[in-house]
Design a protein around this ligand. Structure first.
Ligand SMILES: N[C@@H](CCC(=O)N[C@@H](CS)C(=O)NCC(=O)O)C(=O)O
Length: 208
């Protein structure tokens, strides 16, 4: 299988970390691609009309996107403990956590558009501030309602999604999530030491 990847994408890294945790990483041919709404990548568009990575190209030619769908697929390929729990409420909780993590990445990217990516004259401070509010509210939610339980639970998709989102937010120097949130900070520090995280470092700059 070919994974159209990006070394600085939190969504792509989520897929690759899950593949490592599932013991599937050596079945993936990982190919770096630059993408941006202002910089068309024809190879990616041929497989995903949204022009975004990650895309997983299966051996029979089927292209799977987005990262949530790819994670679901990969989790069906192995015999280890499922990373997306099978029991209904546990599954919904993991998927809800993934949704929150996806939202963190979406908001972080929006902040970057309004701070460094758009030409200066086109930046909109009210949009930046509104997206930062989402980040801070989500950090507080994770501290209040999630981190303690996550620390006591086996690794799942929700944890992988939060770890890859937070580490990308730190990589891009977006608002800090550790200060004043001791449970989240402790969980995060432990998780980023996992072999799956160490094997998938974030590198590179966005090409717009
Ligand atoms: N919901 C998608 C988001 C993927 C996404 O936004 N990927 C970024 C890289 S971090 C991208 O390719 N952006 C190009 C664009 O927005 O045109 C997923 O979870 O896979």
């Amino acid at each position: 299988m070919k994974l159209l990847y990006q070394t600085h994408s939190p969504y792509a890294r989520k897929v690759l970390v899950l593949a490592h945790e599932a013991g599937l990483a050596d079945r993936l041919d990982v190919l770096h691609h630059e993408t941006s709404p202002t910089w068309r990548n024809d190879e990616v568009f041929r497989l995903n009309p949204l022009g975004k990575v990650p895309v997983l190209l299966l051996d029979d030619g089927v292209a799977l996107f987005d990262s949530n769908v790819i994670c679901e697929y990969l989790d069906s390929l192995h015999d280890r403990r499922p990373l997306i729990p099978r029991e209904r409420m546990a599954r919904l909780r993991a998927l809800r956590t993934q949704a929150l993590a996806q939202g963190l990445c979406d908001a972080g990217i929006a902040v970057r558009h309004e701070t460094v990516r758009r030409p200066e004259a086109l930046r909109y401070p009210a949009m930046r501030d509104g997206q930062i509010e989402k980040l801070v509210a989500s950090y507080d939610f994770l501290e209040r309602e999630w981190a303690q339980a996550a620390g006591d639970a086996p690794v799942d998709l929700g944890q992988i999604a939060v770890a890859t989102a937070l580490s990308w937010l730190a990589f891009r120097e977006l608002p800090d999530f550790e200060q004043g949130r001791p449970r989240l900070a402790a969980w995060y520090r432990r998780f980023i030491g996992r072999p799956s995280m160490l094997a998938t470092p974030l590198t590179g700059q966005t090409v717009d």
